[in-house]
Design a protein around this ligand. Sequence first.
Ligand SMILES: *[C@@H]1O[C@H](CO)[C@@H](O)[C@H](O)[C@H]1NC(C)=O
Ligand SMILES: *[C@@H]1O[C@H](CO)[C@@H](O)[C@H](O)[C@H]1NC(C)=O
Length: 207
Amino acid sequence: MKNTLLAFLLLIVLSSQPLLGSSQASPEQVLDIKGKNLRANTYYNVLLSMPYTNCKSPEGLGLSSNIDQPCPLDIIVVSRYQSLPIRFTLLNPKKGIIRVSSDLNIMFDSNSSCPYHTTVWKLDRFNVSKEKSLIITDGFIGAPGPHSIGNWFKIEKYVEGYKFVYCPSVCSSCKHECKDVGLFVDENGNRRLALTDVPYQVKFVKA
Ligand SMILES: *[C@@H]1O[C@H](CO)[C@@H](O)[C@H](O)[C@H]1NC(C)=O
Ligand SMILES: *[C@@H]1O[C@H](CO)[C@@H](O)[C@H](O)[C@H]1NC(C)=O
């Protein structure tokens, strides 16, 4: 009996060898709602919905200035018809196709209301375990390492679409927790993006 089991295990190990080899292939491409590859430096509107709600009226993402602190701009959830497009840049700028689990920077078009701040997404707090970490703007592109650790996001497959996650692999010495990007309603009732346990499902529409 034991021998049969061993032989069976050996068979599994051997037959999975080709699989191990192919796992070195690039991860899956992220697709827009038309089934086209998502590309770096191309503008997309994001369709947000709560997962498993069969939401027929997804929402979008926009920018808003806060009375207490006009700049940098806040990222807010808006109706999809008021959505502002975003684009992505990859850790490796020579690559053009966005794949799941790739480290990327995300940004809106530059905005004249805050000319001295970028519209690149970043975490307001880099220590994810501490408190609610909102996603705000004024990050910067590239420069992987401890100073940029709050600027990197990834797209992962989720339900019928994707989700944004914070799980940077740009810096081996930086300790961080991985978390999903979802909704947070702030003290002024603004609907913002933050690291949460319930991610938004996102889909992409070429702008
Ligand atoms: C610029 O930011 C304001 C919020 O302060 C927003 O209402 C507007 O849509 C933004 N414009 C562009 C072009 O992104
Ligand atoms: C992050 O915050 C937690 C909880 O306050 C603390 O235990 C941890 O040491 C902090 N990590 C870093 C890298 O500062």
